[in-house]
Design a protein around this ligand. Structure first.
Ligand SMILES: CSC[C@@H](O)[C@@H](O)C(=O)COP(=O)(O)O
Length: 355
């Protein structure tokens, strides 16, 4: 979904513009960091793992074009606040650049690019490992032979990853193994990542999927039509609290009430030892206009509220650990309630600490 390409004017990043899907597959060309920042803020490129990869390539792009890599890193890191992967990717490439800065600009730019490529490769590997662990967990939690009926929210597939994604990759693995009875796809208001992007990916992969409005989920649970909820994450705090697309927390409450497993699938790069708990997670607030004049499938600029209406539009919400059945990472399954696996991961400090 993201490519480093050489052009006559120097290297560029090309990205599949997610704001244009599913209507058209258009690649956006970013020749500098301000263009990449715009792509991130408009959600042309989005989703936690891909934001990390894009951030790392962004630092490499600035360095390769002789721009100030430190300034680029600051701009990129500030472009969206909640997905920790963005800061992780930016810092990884910036650290690589700094470590080689004494060897000359070309070497330092090469080191930043190598770091970005390595992150991209590792994300693809993590994705297939999560799919394997996630499917094994589903089979364990749902031993009946009739196939799994999964509900998912937002978009967590190949569009947001170096591989096949996080939660979506688990559903895909279940489908390939003949064990997916159905995928319920929340439309994910207001920007419709579920309707526009997850349905697009499900259709392309031949999954048996059904779209629903976010507020129809409760009636599905009541009807006993959901065996498990699978979502991704943008940041997992050290106490196991999970920030993900707004609308995830209500699903967790519903799942708890109906005794349905609520499973989070995320690479270890989404776990942030530097954020102690859910209350410390910064939730991005987006323009109210996305609610009053929703884009995309509802019609460009369609006005659905009287002029001057104020709208509450947080991009994410935070689910407390006691509502999360398990967190599936590439290293295996963690329990957010005991916190053991998360604490061990944090203690090992495998990642750049983000605070
Ligand atoms: C694997 S992606 C997990 C999350 O990043 C995803 O569910 C999500 O919340 C993305 O939000 P977005 O605002 O579209 O970037």
């Amino acid at each position: 979904m993201i490519r480093w390409e050489e052009s006559p004017g120097g290297p560029v990043l090309t990205l599949l513009d997610q704001t244009r899907l599913p209507a058209e597959e258009v690649r956006l060309v970013c020749a500098d960091v301000p263009a990449l920042v715009r792509a991130i803020q408009t959600l042309a490129v989005r989703g936690a793992p891909l934001l990390g990869i894009a951030g790392a390539y962004g630092v490499a792009l600035a360095a390769a074009r002789g721009r100030d890599a430190e300034e680029a890193a600051t701009l990129l890191e500030r472009s969206r606040p909640t997905a920790v992967n963005l800061a992780y990717g930016v810092r990884l490439a910036a650290d690589a650049w700094r470590a080689s800065a004494g060897e000359g600009a070309e070497r330092a730019a090469g080191a930043a690019l190598a770091a970005a490529r390595e992150l991209h490769r590792r994300d693809a590997e993590a994705s297939s490992a999560m799919a394997g662990h996630g499917l094994a967990l589903l089979d364990e939690l749902l031993p009946g032979g009739g196939g799994h009926r999964i509900l998912t929210h937002c978009n967590t597939g190949a569009l947001v990853s170096g591989g096949e994604g996080t939660a979506f990759a688990v559903a895909l693995a279940a489908h390939r193994a003949g064990r997916l009875r159905g995928l319920w796809v929340d439309e994910t208001r207001p920007l419709l990542q579920g309707a526009r992007l997850t349905a697009y990916e499900a259709a392309r992969n031949g999954l048996p999927y059904t779209l629903l409005t976010d507020n129809a989920a409760g009636s599905l649970f009541t009807a006993g039509e959901v065996d498990a909820v699978l979502i991704g994450a943008d940041r997992i705090a050290a106490d196991g609290s999970v920030a993900n697309k707004v609308g995830s927390y209500p699903l967790a409450v519903l799942a708890k009430y109906h005794r349905v497993p609520f499973v989070v699938v995320a690479p270890t790069t989404t776990i942030d030892p530097g954020t102690a708990d859910g209350a410390s997670i910064v939730v991005e607030q987006r323009p109210g206009r996305e609610v009053t004049e929703p884009p995309g499938a509802l019609g460009e600029g369609l006005v659905v509220a009287p002029p001057g209406t104020r709208a509450y539009n947080p991009a994410f919400d935070v689910t407390p650990p006691e509502l999360v059945t398990a967190i599936v990472t590439e290293e295996g399954v963690l329990s957010p309630v005991t916190g053991d696996g998360i604490a061990a991961l944090c203690a090992r400090s495998r990642q750049v600490t983000i605070s």
